[in-house]
Design a binder for this molecule. Sequence first.
Ligand code: ARG
Length: 575
Amino acid sequence: MTDPQKVLTERVQQALGRAFGSEYADADPLIRPSQFADFQANVAMSLAKRLRRSPREVAEAIKAELSDFPGTVEVSGPGFLNITLADGWIASEADEMLGDKRLGVGLSTPPQTVVIDYSAPNAAKEMHVGHLRTTIVGDALARLHEHVGNTVIRQNHLGDWGTPFGMLIEHLLDIGEPAAIAQLEAGQGTEFYQAARAKFDSDDDFKARARKRVGTLQSGDPETLRLWHVFMDATVRYFNKVYDLLGVTLTDADIAGESMYNPMLQKTCDDLEASGTAKISEGALCVFPPGFTGPDDKPLPLIIRKSDGGYGYATTDMAAIRYRVHDLKADRILYVVGSDQALHFRMVFAAAKMAGWLPDSVSAEHVQIGMMLGKDGRRFKTRSGESVKLMDLLQSAVDKAYALIAERGYDEETRKEIARAVGMAAVKYADLSVSHDSEYVFDLDRMVAFTGNTGPYLQYAQARIRSIFRRGGLDPDDATGPIRLGAAPERALALQLLGFGTVVEQATELSEPHRLCAYLYATASAFTDFFEQCPVLKEGVAPETRASRLALCALTLRVMETGLNLLGVPVPERM
Ligand code: ARG
């Protein structure tokens, strides 16, 4: 265990136990970074009342039990404990981290099975920017959970079923399969949908055909199912192009769309009705989870079978949650979906609990994704008011990155590769670096910038470290220290690096990748300070100093590289 905050927590808890009795040994010592020391512990203030002593006395008593502590402890103000770690301790922990493949990141014990429902675009429309964030945040969570040793089951809950498919299939027949396939593969799902919709609204004959087609689709007519597959396969090929460019880990094996649950829907409803969880209300089968009321104070229904006998979005989600708990054996289910569906998920979780399908041992969580806004502060749209095509947006990020590096002396091939990596880093990092539930403004120029808290800045920081080793003809793996801390920026960098384990564990546990982003940005900044003030390869640097600084460079590189990988941000060797 190298993380100072964890070490301190443990040490202070031991001190609490010794000073006040074992019942105090699990109190939270409230360790926080401090501007006056490395850390401060605020526990004395919180325990004073319970102990009937002044906070200062409590702080002094804790301090007395910390005499063997590797550093200095001071009591200040009303009862803060200011803690400064000894340089020697930091250096030896950093040395240990250098030899640790996991860089201080713990494994989850016991490992959990984590189902992550993410991306989930709708096939009846184009995959649009709204699904960009659910895809990117979900993928980072999948990578994080795998890294801490959990079993991750990705579930791409595609919108691939429902009444619009009647008109989509009829339109496909009208224009012919080859033309339809070409259009869908090219990402023109929205245009396809709009053309079908226009005919549906203006042409009674088409409308009748579309309605009939919904029936044959639902009854499982083989030819209709084949046409549905033609439509879906072409659409999924387009989704896969987007996933490929983004470097997202989703594959076809992770597709578990709404259609997958069709065979379970009737039983889902029957079981809910038989157990008394659902009842008929105004002709529809509904669950009324306690605590949910509408504007008129009437109980709010979760409709699982409409009065015309049709199933809906909620029916599928009830079937899905049962399947995920019962068949996939999930310990934890994360739904990475827009925050506008918060009520839906609260009701689904509550209904599943009522039915006994979601035991207390399993946690179902809605990881709410905030809306992406345009620079005008409104929902992100094109100038003509349509939603923006994802592929176009990604391409414009790559183009912008290309323009920024065009001057550099690389061959065309390398330039394209870097532009792609930088463009994706820009878009992905912008999505990840703000807390997932807050709205954020899509501003491509800011995202692609090489300065500030951006993906390209972090890529650049690690590429610069690589170039130090390249210039010296050295391999980072050979930089084994030992680390010694002289100048202040060396100490600050080493202390920062030791925090990696905790931040990865927290980002995973709390579903908050933005914590890892903030940490990596702070690390890159600490490295910049170090690099500006502490020459590494310059002539005249003493050999031990050089070895130590190279080791700090190597450790920073590994932390940055591992961290960016966990976020799904590409890590180019040079930029
Ligand atoms: N397709 C849905 C949408 O775009 C998201 C599905 C999320 N997952 C779920 N189990 N409901 O809004």
